[in-house]
Design a protein around this ligand. Sequence first.
Ligand code: BG6
Ligand code: MG
Length: 219
Amino acid sequence: MSRFKAAIFDLDGVIADTACLHFAAWQRLAQQEGFEIPGDADERLKGVDRMASLDIVLERTEPGRYSHEQKQELANRKNRHYQQLITMLTPQDMLPGAKTLLDQLTAWSVPMALASASKNAQAVLEGLGIAHQFQYIADAARINHPKPDPEIFLTAAAGLNLPPSECMGLEDAAAGVTAIKRANMFAVGVGDPKALAEADLIVASLEDFDAKTFFGPQA
Ligand code: BG6
Ligand code: MG
């Protein structure tokens, strides 16, 4: 009997090496607009939705510099820059260990879902050539409460028709790990142990995740 029946993945920073592309898109916007992005933004932008990310990158600008409508336009423009960058994604842009893990779980018929804050998740999965390996994608556009709220992970479990306690969630952002725990799932943190201390298990990358222990036929 396997310990868990399904795996629910965050995308950016867990499977896809896209954090640098999000950042490059914000930097292009900052250059166009002539503002400076805070030095610690790179880490803080992880897992944060588009408008909340914009608030972070604008922290160094004078308050009131942009109206609500202008902020919307800035976010849309950043998104166009990002969409241009992800057209170049290939299977080589998967993070270490991700391909092996997805292939193992597929071979063992373990259902997989995606719980990503990104509205570009489907395009990224297609660029990486792995869209067909997911049984359910929680649509970020329909989620009302961003991580650390558990809504997106609960939606993904419901999409797989499984109780959350039988699902494992995998995340690289602290807010994402909190969301998994609030959803009553086992949380695997991928990355910095200090930032992800709330996780039940922390690995430096998916290469270090021993899938057999949790999902293998003998688990
Ligand atoms: C998250 C990323 O997965 O998605 C964030 O970690 C990003 O950096 C967020 O801002 C929203 O992405 P998008 O593609 O909808 O702008
Ligand atoms: Mg992430």
